[in-house]
Design a protein around this ligand. Structure first.
Ligand code: A3P
Length: 354
């Protein structure tokens, strides 16, 4: 079986298909019946609802397809070879902006509303198709690394399949922050956006609420957004269904936040970036006021915006204890998974396990 585009261009396919049908009619008991394609499609998707999303591939990735493309289609574009998939609140923006200090690194142009993030795979832009995505990357031959960063790809169940179908060779970067800190950061993020639940309930109330509580249902969405992306092993398992372990790169997000330069240097080596710009310590400076490292560009400090590295009350120990116990089984699974695939273990996880 092949797809419609091939049939349209391949007369042998038509001949083969026709004769296959005659053969099946002659030599099997199968009864064939003609139904309009629309009804056929409805029946098919009733049976396979999980396949309803159209999956886009790169039309230039296959030499046979390339020969059949219309003369108006050119293959001189370039697509990302690195995707930072998240999760949200782990320092994904800082990682992207620091990597982009390297002259051989670029990323997509911004889109309205979601700014630096394309939110293409698994999002509403996906139906705009391959051309839409492709046109977001304007590169020069100096760019050896083209990055897309969308932090909610990590825990969206459909995304690994969609990315691997279009960009099977791309490297996937995942930042692993202590999920307790990540959950608290997301809570604070929603609070600063005046989310009704986050402004009504304290994090202690939210995370210790049991299903028999009257407000459990209405608060559950926020609780799940705080907790679920932090069930790292479950999410990573899904990525490993679609990508070989060698294509996944893990960053210890807690260490990156405290001292990004050595981590960037390691990563730049892994991505085979030119060593002419490997001394990241020269390009980053700790800013006391911000409380984070910022980029140093032409002698001027450039920190990330106010929504990255917010000022809020440090997490009380009582809350940390509640969250630690909720994440404990998931952290243990993560430890086993990282060990099994011989990835290095983030310092926060080693401390948690020991
Ligand atoms: P907080 O605002 O809760 O501190 P993301 O970019 O993935 O949304 O992550 C935002 C988080 O990045 C921030 O969460 C902050 O802790 C972390 N971060 C790490 N390095 C940073 C940096 N150099 N500047 C600002 N935020 C940084």
């Amino acid at each position: 079986m092949t797809h419609q585009q091939n049939y349209g261009n391949d007369r042998l396919a038509h001949y083969t298909f026709h004769n296959l049908l005659i053969f099946a009619k002659c030599w099997t008991n199968l009864k064939f019946k003609w139904i309009p394609p629309k009804i056929m499609a409805e029946k098919y998707f009733q049976k396979h609802p999980e396949q309803k999303t159209m999956i886009y591939t790169d039309p230039c990735s296959d030499a046979r397809h390339k020969k059949m493309l219309s003369i108006n289609v050119t293959c001189d574009y370039r697509l990302p070879n690195v995707i930072i998939v998240g999760p949200q609140k782990t320092g994904t923006s800082a990682l992207l902006s620091f990597l982009k200090l390297h002259p051989n690194v670029t990323s997509n142009i911004n889109v309205e509303k979601s700014f630096e993030e394309l939110q293409f795979f698994g999002g509403f832009h996906y139906e705009k198709g391959f051309e839409w995505y492709k046109n977001k990357f304007i590169t020069t031959k100096e760019h050896s690394i083209i990055i897309e960063k969308t932090a909610n790809y990590f825990d969206n169940p459909v995304v690994p399949d969609l990315i691997s179908s279009m960009l099977p060779e791309t490297k996937i970067i995942i930042l692993l922050m202590d999920p307790v800190d990540r959950a608290y950061s997301w809570f604070q993020h929603m609070k600063s956006h005046n989310d009704t639940i986050a402004t009504t309930y304290s994090p202690e109330e939210l995370f210790s609420m049991t299903p028999d509580h009257l407000d459990f249902e209405k608060t559950n969405r926020l609780r799940q957004r705080c907790l679920k992306p932090g069930y790292y092993a479950e999410n990573i398992d899904r990525w490993l269904d679609y990508f070989p372990p060698s294509q996944l790169i893990f960053i210890d997000a807690n260490s990156f936040r405290l001292n990004p330069a050595p981590i960037l240097e390691d990563l730049a080596m892994t991505l085979e970036l030119s060593p002419l710009f490997l001394n990241y310590a020269e390009h980053l400076k700790y800013n006391k006021e911000k409380g984070f490292y910022c980029a140093l560009i032409n002698g001027k400090i450039k920190c990330l915006g106010a929504s990255k590295g917010r000022k809020y009350m440090p997490m009380p120990n009582s809350l940390r204890a509640i969250l630690n116990s909720q994440f404990a089984p998931f952290n243990r699974s993560l430890y086993k998974l990282l060990k099994r695939y011989k990835y290095s273990i983030p310092e926060w996880l080693t401390n948690f396990i020991s």
